[in-house]
Design a protein around this ligand. Sequence first.
Ligand SMILES: [Zn+2]
Length: 491
Amino acid sequence: MREHFELRDTDAGGRIGELTVPRADVTVETPALLPVINPNLDTIAPRRLAEEFGAEILITNSYIIHGTDDVREQALEDGLHEMLDFPGAIMTDSGSFQLSEYGDIDVTTEEILEFQHAIGSDIATPVDIPTPPDVPRERAEDELETTQERLEIAESVDTGEMLVTAPVQGSTYPDLREEAGRHADGTDLDVFPVGAVVPLMNDYRYDDMVDVVAGAKRGLGADTPVHLFGAGHPMMFALGVAMGCDLFDSAAYALYARDDRYLTVRGTRLLEDLDYLPCSCPVCTSYSPAELRSLPDDERESELAAHNLHVTFEEIRRIKQAIRAGNLLELVEQRARAHPTMLDGYRTLLDHAAQLERSDPVSKGAFFYTSSESARRPEVLRHHKRLERLSVPQSLFLTEGQPARGDEFDASWRVEAPFGPFPRALSKSYPLTAEVPERTDRAALEAAADGVARLAETNPEADLTLGHRGWPEAVLERVPDDVALIDLTSE
Ligand SMILES: [Zn+2]
């Protein structure tokens, strides 16, 4: 167990946790948003981030601080907390991205960590190599090896109470991400950013992003705090949290504001296209779109940045509440409807349902079947696994309708889409209390048929009869031949 990170609650792969940051003497509740602060540009003052928006942690770039003479001197003299005037925890990025873009690294891992320590960082980052997507495997492997060597050096540097991150790289090779995750978890470093996913998000490749993060998560232990590095759009936070990410950083709130872009949880809008402001934050209740547009540039930028942050923090709170209530995947489902590529991301997440199932609570409030994707949720998978362990009488009637009368069968079990069969005694237990639409869809029936098949395959000696309400032929084909069929709608 990593002593500075504790899990409080889980739902699917998502969790509410507490990250203790000893050097700042603060505990950050996760999932947490880290606003990115550019020390040279003060879009929204850090003090305001803490007091008005409730930011417990922020992130700034030590590479920019190091490269700007007066800022560097001030940071070394006063420390980051005083320089930025921020009471929470401060994480620093090493500038790996900038270094990879603009040239070679002329500092050692020791130097870069010692510099971050000297300016008073609470969570520091070594210089890793952010390998972009789709590179040849050999390059991804070589660069990962370099990153891993640097992590091992970072482990040996005396950084006192400062936490140090261990970035997980590996490009778009899930197996390399898994290996990188396992290696990082084997170090005594503290926070685990999944790196170089920004190009995937910029290209709306949420499906590939999910595979990459799922790979990293398989390698990392369940008790490691995971940072989805560079993921700042509130539209994808729920998906990121459901995968098991705990920390998100947002430069988007300020960068988008600079271009008159207005963030929503359903995507980005241009201020010029808005006739109404679909938000109730202090900015959106004070101005009309026309009034916002007519503000002087710097004022408009600051107001838009404030709106963008309000939306962003609001979504983090909504996600935490969803984890508490046990309906995180229903929130992901809603967000997935905002953009086809988000739907690809959600469908890919469900490819990893078995991985999510391990941390998904056995019992929650209610299961709402709200889309055909619901049929692939971890709860359905778990019920199908459970069917293998239930004891089955010699002759069993599985029915969507009334139980059998007389002594034709030893027992009757209910059948409900998307779960399939279960003994009546379980009908009051989660997830079998699910709310499912009357107009069931094909995916739900197929999942129910798969449940019947699972029961039949585990109990080849039992005589099973399925009473269904007019299931289509293609659904019935999923049920093994030795299960007798009765169409209840034709009786
Ligand atoms: Zn607003």
